[in-house]
Design a protein around this ligand. Sequence first.
Ligand SMILES: Nc1ncnc2c1ncn2[C@@H]1O[C@H](COP(=O)(O)OP(=O)(O)OP(=O)(O)O)[C@@H](O)[C@H]1O
Ligand SMILES: C[C@@](O)(CCO)CC(=O)[O-]
Length: 433
Amino acid sequence: MHNHSASLDVDGDRPEHSIDCQNPFSLSLSVPGKVILFGEHSVVYGKLAIAASLGLRTKFSFREYKPNEIGNNKVYINLKSINLMLYYYFDVRSTNCTEKINPSLSKNVTLDEPETANHEQFRTIIDDFIKKNNTSTPLSQVQYNALYSLFYLLIVMVGSSNIDIKPFHFDVETDVTISAGLGSSASLMVGISAVFFRYIQYKILKKDNKEDTVKDISKKDLDLISRWAFSAEKIIHGTPSGLDNTICTFGSVVEYRKNSSMKLMEMHHKLKVLLINSNVPKDTKALVAKVAALKQKYPTVVDNILVAMDNISNTAAQELVKLDETYSSKKLATDERDCEVGKIYNRLEDLVDFNQNLLRSLQVSHPSLETICGILADGGLHGKLTGAGGGGYAFAIVPPNFNKNISNIIEVLNSHGFDAKLTDLGGPGLTFT
Ligand SMILES: Nc1ncnc2c1ncn2[C@@H]1O[C@H](COP(=O)(O)OP(=O)(O)OP(=O)(O)O)[C@@H](O)[C@H]1O
Ligand SMILES: C[C@@](O)(CCO)CC(=O)[O-]
């Protein structure tokens, strides 16, 4: 069904090419970061997790060159947040480069089935692309991982489609702190997948003389983008659960169970959280492996902890539904409603404490995260790590009736060297701008 011809060639300097003068493709979009409220780590073992999108976003801007634009013969990649700006030279006249590089590799990959692709099979090709960049300084691991992911998605997504791509200009920058548990990698993968997916669709639609509907996106296409992002998340995370790419794609608040269900939760009133950066670097892949090793060593103990975490997420999901119903109820007087809302937040805070204590028992907390939880507790808030732990961010849900001065708590956190900011949860997912 698919012809595996895409024109990628990174061989040295090239003469400038003629550009598709009629309609150079361009696209801008943004993707949020995320906070896992309940269920990190246990979600890897099929337990329920609840996550919400953040107001902090990664922004993507992609365009083919305009006619006669200077430098229009090269692919320009600018990953601003990790100080990586590179040029590549593509031979757009060659239409068989993916095949030329290795016909057997992309043969079985189809755009509609990201599960048919595996980045390990493309490692040599991707490394070849990476080596041919224009910088003389060696890439850091952070830069290498980002570039590897971008080329993986480019080669495999474009390689699985019968389109001819042109030199392009690709800018990415983010407000999401990188490697801190806020889903920067999922946000990046969702955005790159969305850009290439739309680029391919545009080329196919244009060929068929159909309308350009770049800004409308169906649930089915979002799902496909999320699945491509999941495929690329495996590069950095090893065995991700799929939670991060799901919440970054769809936004809002999500109940998620691996390989089973994803439910967007109605939240008419935005949850407010205090986000605190421990400034301790963490490694998601290593932390997931650490829990796996602990589970192997103490299967019954760890299994029971995971079941308890599942119960916490289930109970939290019920409380969040109740919260939404209470806010929407027309039957309650204002003071009755506020009282009920207060009770629900109290229960959510108990669940935050349970979850943090269990995460600590899985050895994925860190002394700095514990210090943060202690400061929050002194100020009357309930804190928990979010994401893989071992460092990165913690959060506390801030109830609407919280009557202490939040800026005092932030000051104490700052005096210990922890940045803290108040933010709303549950904004939009992937958005075309
Ligand atoms: N905006 C970005 N630009 C370039 N690379 C990025 C960007 N955001 C993330 N990355 C890549 O993702 C890696 C971070 O992934 P990692 O999983 O360690 O952290 P995270 O996604 O922020 O945390 P978590 O998965 O626990 O939520 C970086 O090392 C980098 O390679
Ligand atoms: C630790 C983990 O549960 C969350 C990382 O953000 C891993 C995963 O779900 O893939």
